[in-house]
Design a protein around this ligand. Structure first.
Ligand SMILES: Cc1cc2nc3c(=O)[nH]c(=O)nc-3n(C[C@H](O)[C@H](O)[C@H](O)COP(=O)(O)O)c2cc1C
Length: 192
């Protein structure tokens, strides 16, 4: 194991990318609602470095409300074909608009238009509402670039716990957890 959990994560992630997964960067981000219910959904990892794990979403969505309210998240990466899991707990914050802008400009045009057309997590009457909204946005942006809506951007999860799980025979799996302690990482083995 590396001394630093992000370095260890990057090693595993490189192996996952080589293994030919569909969406190898998918992970579950778990939040807690204002009345204490757990709430979990998949998103896509777009950046990981010493500052943490970054994904992009709509800032008016349920998950964004929950991340803004609590400043906390748990992440679960499931790479079951490799008998691996990574769990992360950490603080959540919106990334800077310049960072969101930089990523927005790399997105396919259809995804950009879709972000304008969908009020993520709102109730819609039926599919035709979404299709009509998409067509209207396509017309609105015809002939030019699509600006980033100010309600669309990234969240960064700064980890304070990162646990790597590797399946082993006889259910004696490896669980190696990094715990942040005053700026240093402490690596501990936990019973499977
Ligand atoms: C594989 C996969 C990847 C996804 N990636 C994202 C993503 O990066 N950002 C996002 O907002 N939603 C993503 N979604 C959709 C979310 O799971 C979810 O439906 C949506 O964000 C609304 O969640 P919320 O109502 O809890 O905010 C993804 C879904 C799947 C199945």
């Amino acid at each position: 194991m590396a001394d630093d959990p992000i370095v260890q994560f990057q090693r595993w992630f490189a192996e996952v990318e080589e293994a030919g997964y569909w969406e190898p960067n998918a992970f579950v981000v778990s939040t807690v609602t204002s009345d204490g219910w757990p709430s979990a959904r998949n998103v896509l990892l777009k950046m990981v470095d010493e500052d943490g794990f970054v994904f992009f979403t709509n800032y008016t969505s349920d998950k964004a409300d929950e991340l803004d309210a609590t400043g906390r998240a748990a992440l679960t990466f499931s790479w079951t074909e490799l008998r691996r899991q990574v769990r992360v707990t950490g603080s959540a914050e919106r990334i800077g608009t310049d960072e969101s802008e930089a990523y927005w400009s790399t997105r396919p045009r259809g995804s950009q238009i879709g972000a304008w057309a969908s009020d993520q997590s709102a109730v819609v009457d039926d599919r035709s509402v979404l299709d009509a909204a998409y067509t209207a946005e396509e017309d609105r942006w015809a002939g030019g670039g699509v600006e980033r809506p100010d309600y669309w951007g990234g969240f960064r999860i700064r980890p304070h716990l990162v646990e790597f799980w590797q399946g082993r025979p006889n259910r004696l799996h490896d669980r190696l957890r990094y715990r942040s302690d005053g700026g240093a990482w402490i690596l501990e083995r936990r019973a499977p």
